[in-house]
Design a protein around this ligand. Structure first.
Ligand code: KIV
Ligand code: NA
Length: 265
């Protein structure tokens, strides 16, 4: 395999070769994602929701993110692996942010980190970048600030919010981030942002005018039935497939069809 690097992503943007990014949180799933040659694997703090069953991304800890990230890293030979800095591990000051980023890089072997926010966390991002750690930004809907907004609805519909988002994206490019995620913002705005900066913009619910797309793997594989925002395309119905398999197994155990002659020693 030829490894995907932060440099390859910039080249992909220049060549209008769209970037594919998917989340993963464990070894087995990451191996499947990497074999499918997805370009970027995000060890997202969405693990708090899909792995741990929390309502929000706030409870997941740095230690838990490192556990998920190191499991993913052991499986990956090709993809670039980006890890979310969880809520509370970077907001208080740049030194804490750097310490958290260093822990992720050292203890998991990940290739880059992602932080939510714009100018509020500029100094923290700069501090991490100065240590040679690649940083991906994240603007628009930032789930770690859910209690500030109260809802998971589309962001930056108002002109002043759109202006701030554009400024934040330019700032992230200027200080040296290698890419930025735009979550749940109007497609027109996302396209404008992607055209205004040279680093790749990776969208989720941000339309097709950006440089790449990201989805949560459990959502795109149809593993959970409840979550169905407009932006989500389901590429499989694993919830049904898995349920059927489990029901069949139970039936076979009850009827003593399983195990058969060949399935024992
Ligand atoms: O945690 C996550 O899965 C994310 C993506 C939705 C971008 O941050
Ligand atoms: Na996240």
């Amino acid at each position: 395999y030829k490894r995907v690097t932060v440099k390859s992503l910039t080249d992909m943007k220049s060549n209008n070769d769209k970037i594919s990014m998917i989340t993963a949180y464990d070894y087995t799933m990451a191996q499947i994602v990497d074999h499918a040659e997805i370009d970027v694997i995000l060890v997202g703090d969405s693990a708090s929701n899909v792995m741990a069953g929390h309502e929000t991304t706030l409870p997941i800890t740095l230690d838990q993110m490192i556990y998920h990230a190191s499991s993913v890293i052991r499986a990956v030979k090709r993809a670039l692996v980006v890890v979310d800095l969880p809520f509370g591990s970077y907001q208080s000051d740049p030194k804490e942010a750097l310490r958290s980023a260093i822990r992720i890089m050292k203890e998991s072997g990940a290739h880059a980190v992602k932080l939510e926010g714009g100018k509020e966390i500029k100094d923290s991002i700069k501090r991490i970048l100065k240590a040679g750690i690649p940083v991906m930004g994240h603007l628009g809907l930032t789930p770690q600030s859910i209690y500030k907004f109260g809802t998971y609805t589309v962001r930056a519909k108002e002109e002043y919010e759109a202006e701030k988002l554009k400024e934040d994206a330019k700032m992230l490019e200027r200080i040296g981030c290698f890419a930025v995620v735009l979550e749940k913002v109007p497609a027109k705005l996302a396209k404008e942002v992607a055209q205004s900066i040279s680093i790749p913009v990776i969208g989720i619910g941000a339309g097709g005018g950006v440089d790449g797309q990201v989805l949560v793997i459990h959502d795109m594989l149809g593993m959970n039935k409840e979550f169905s925002p407009r932006f989500l395309r389901r590429y499989a119905d694993l919830h049904s497939e898995m349920t059927h398999a489990l029901q069949q197994y139970k039936k076979d155990v009850k009827s003593q069809d399983f195990p058969n002659e060949n399935e024992q020693y």
